[in-house]
Ligand binder design. Sequence first.
Ligand SMILES: Nc1nc2c(ncn2[C@@H]2O[C@H](COP(=O)(O)OP(=O)(O)OP(=O)(O)O)[C@@H](O)[C@H]2O)c(=O)[nH]1
Length: 392
Amino acid sequence: MLSTKEIFLIASLLCFVSYLILFSFREDGVKGIRQLLLASVLGMAGNILYAYGRELSPLFAFEIANTVYASAPLAVFVGYRHLFGRRTPSRPLFLLLALFCAGISFFHYVVDSFSARTMLASMFQAGVALAIGHTVLSRRAAWHKPLYPKVFILSMCALVAGGHLFRALWQLYGTRQPVSLLEPSGWNVILLAAGGFALPVLIFGALLIAHRRIVLMAEYAANHDFLTGVWSRRAFFEMGEHELARAGRTGLPMSLLLVDLDNFKAVNDTQGHDRGDQVLMEFVSHVRHELRVVDSLCRLGGDEFAVLMPDTDLPGAAALAARLRAKVDMARERMAGVTLSIGVATLRDRDIDLKALIKRADIALYAAKERGRNRVFLEQEGTLPLVVKHAA
Ligand SMILES: Nc1nc2c(ncn2[C@@H]2O[C@H](COP(=O)(O)OP(=O)(O)OP(=O)(O)O)[C@@H](O)[C@H]2O)c(=O)[nH]1
C-alpha cells in the first residue's frame, strides 16, 4: 500500500496536471479559469505541506498547511461561480478562511486535538463541495446540453461532501481512529487518498464546463455576424436547407428577401467607416422590430442581408419587404441617407436546394437596383421581376 506521504505527493502531482491543462484554457475568454489555476497551485502547495510540513515546524504542519489546503477548494468554488456567471463577494470567503484558520490554531495551541482539527477540516471541505454543487444546481435553468458535465460535477460534489462527513463522524464516534495525519493505517490511507483526489476531480469537472463554453462561443462566433449580431452567412445556408426540407415535408410556403443597402459605400467614403458600421446596426434594429420570431435576418456579407421567412407566401413576403423599405426610407437621417433595394422570391415545387431560390431573389434585387434603387421587386416566372413599391 502507498504511504500517506506518497498519497499527498500523487495528489499534488494531479493538481499540477490540472494546472497544465487549465493553462492552455487561460486565453480562451472563459471566466473562472484564473481562479481554477490558483486552486491548482494552492492544492499542490497544500499537499506538499501536509507531506513535509512536519519537517519544517508545527506552524507549517498545522496552520499553514490547513489554511493553504482549505483555500484551494474555496478558489475552485469561486471558479465555478464565475463559470456559471455568478458574482462572489470575497469578504465573506476571507472571513470564513480566517475563522477556519483560527479554529485550527485553537485546536493546536489551546486544546491540542488531532480529532478536532480533522473534523474541522473535513466539515470545511464538505461545506465547500456542497456550495459548489449548489452553484451548479441553482443555474439549471441555463444548463446546455450535454448534461453529462453537470451530472458528473454534482455526483462528485455529493461524493466529496459524503466522504468528508463520513470522515468527520468516524473521527467523532468511530473506533481505532488515526491519531495523526500521516498514520499509515488502512482507513486513514483510503480516506486521505479519496480526499486528495477530490480537488483535481472538481477541477476536471470545471474543465468539462469550460470546454463546453468554448465550443458554444465558437459556435456563436461562426453563426453570428460580429458587428450586428444577426445570423452569419454560414448560419443562413444551414437554416435555409433546414427550412427547405421542412417546407418539402409540410407543403407550407417559404420565402426569401435579399436586401441590399443603396449607395452604402458613399457613407464610408464621406463619413467614415465607423458611421458606416453605425448605419448597418441601425438597419438591423429597424428590421428586427418588423420580423416574426420564426423569421431569420442574416448578413450575407458587406451591406447585403437576407431574411428567411418560413410559412410565408410571396404576397406575405412582399408586404414585409415593402414595410421594411418604407421604414428605412423614413429614417433617412439616422440611416445617413441610405435606402433599401429588396428582391423577393418564394420556394417552388421544383427547387431542390436553396440555390434556385437565392438566384431568383438575386435577379429581383438586381432589377430593383437597375430601376433606380429604394424599391422592392418580386420574382416573376418567365418575365422580368415585378415592382411592388416605387420610391416616393
Ligand atoms: N462600415 C462598413 N463598411 C463595410 C462593411 N463591410 C463592407 N463594407 C463596405 O460596404 C460597401 C459596399 O458597397 P457596394 O455594395 O459595392 O456599393 P453601394 O455603395 O452599396 O452601392 P449599391 O449596392 O450599388 O447601391 C463597400 O465599400 C465595403 O467596403 C462593414 O462591416 N462596415
